[in-house]
Design a protein around this ligand. Structure first.
Ligand code: PHE
Length: 337
């Protein structure tokens, strides 16, 4: 084959290729080990010496021309192939992702976070106490006499005579008084334990405790803070009512009801047509408790409250059986986002 023909054929072929792999094949055909141009160069050794330089230059010129064309076409093809690939592999960001992989917080965690945020905004600081507790902090310092029925084996889980699973987050009151100097305003969400099981009681449940000690704290302060908390949780129309009650660690003591959030206080099954639902216990800290905590009860007063968190979560998130919270039923848990 004449060099001129090789050149013509190469130019024709290179111009016709449609893919990078085809151009690679042509590279082999012309410039590979046994390629047409390579052969021409090898044949130089048979050319008479006085013509070698001219012939060599001729072949190299053709080689260069084909190579340049090959490079140019290859570049265009590569760009086009990349563009095609990008077009075809486009990610559709509007497609739904598989929702089964999205986790969610437990409804009780959602409620703890919600109320904690409210309390922080009201100036409370979080403190914590242990779940396995000394009798001293759970009962003794809280003015619960040793013959009080709450200490009964049927209510409280005892580990030894002196160590128990705390039956209330009020143990954090006792610990806060020993650790902090008034004025202080603390809250403490946590798990508590009682020997109880039905649709509205489970043996391990949650409370949120609150305590404020300062000079001149009054029952009006207590009512105000509870109203603000309840409105923030259940909506601005929520009303609260105090019913007089008894706790050993507060005097006076109250149980606090909210207007039924289900029926907007018209009367329904949930509030048993009473229009009110009990959600917490509270009161003014008993002077004996302040003194046990090393606080001068002639100088300082305080209020304390304890929310039944599971109860609040049931109302807020419309759950009709407290046991759902501990069933670990994924279908139930997935509803809370
Ligand atoms: N600890 C009480 C209970 O478990 C609630 C409470 C807390 C009452 C603080 C008054 C003050 O029922």
């Amino acid at each position: 084959m004449y060099l001129e023909d090789i050149k013509k054929e190469a130019i024709k072929e290179v111009n016709e290729v449609k893919s990078v792999s085809e151009i690679n094949a042509l590279k082999v055909k012309y410039f590979g080990k046994a390629g047409l141009i390579t052969e021409e160069l090898k044949n130089l050794r048979n050319v008479p010496n006085d013509q070698k330089a001219a012939r060599g230059a001729e072949i190299n010129a053709v080689k260069k021309e084909i190579e340049e064309l090959v490079n140019e076409v290859e570049k265009t093809l590569k760009t086009r192939e990349l563009e095609d690939k990008l077009m075809n592999e486009q990610i559709d960001v509007t497609l739904d992702i598989n929702p089964s992989h999205i986790g969610s917080l437990h409804p009780l965690s959602i409620e703890i976070n919600k109320i904690s945020n409210i309390l922080v905004n009201l100036g409370f600081t979080q403190v914590d106490g242990p779940e396995v507790e000394l009798d001293k902090y759970n009962f003794e310092m809280l003015n619960v006499p040793s013959d009080h029925p709450a200490r009964d084996m049927q209510d409280t889980f005892y580990i030894t005579d002196n160590i128990l699973l705390r039956s209330q987050t009020s143990n954090t009151q006792a610990r806060a008084m020993l650790n902090l100097k008034p004025p202080f305003k603390v809250f403490s969400p946590g798990r508590v334990f009682r020997n109880d099981l039905d649709a509205t009681h489970i043996p391990a449940f949650y409370q949120i405790e609150g305590m404020y000690v300062e000079e001149n704290v009054s029952m009006a302060d207590l009512k105000n803070v509870l109203l603000q908390i309840c409105k923030a949780v259940f909506g601005n129309d929520t009303k609260i009512r105090f019913r007089s009650s008894y706790f050993p660690f507060t005097e006076p003591s109250v149980e606090v009801d909210i207007s039924c959030p289900y029926c907007s206080a018209k009367g329904c099954n949930l509030c048993k047509n009473t229009k009110w639902i009990e959600i917490l216990g509270a009161g003014m800290v008993h002077p004996n408790v302040l003194e046990a905590g090393g606080i001068d009860s002639t100088k300082y007063t305080g209020y304390a409250f304890g929310f039944g968190l599971d109860r609040v979560a049931m109302l807020d998130q419309k759950v009709n059986d407290m046991r759902h919270f501990v069933d670990n039923n994924i279908k139930f848990l997935k509803q809370f986002k």
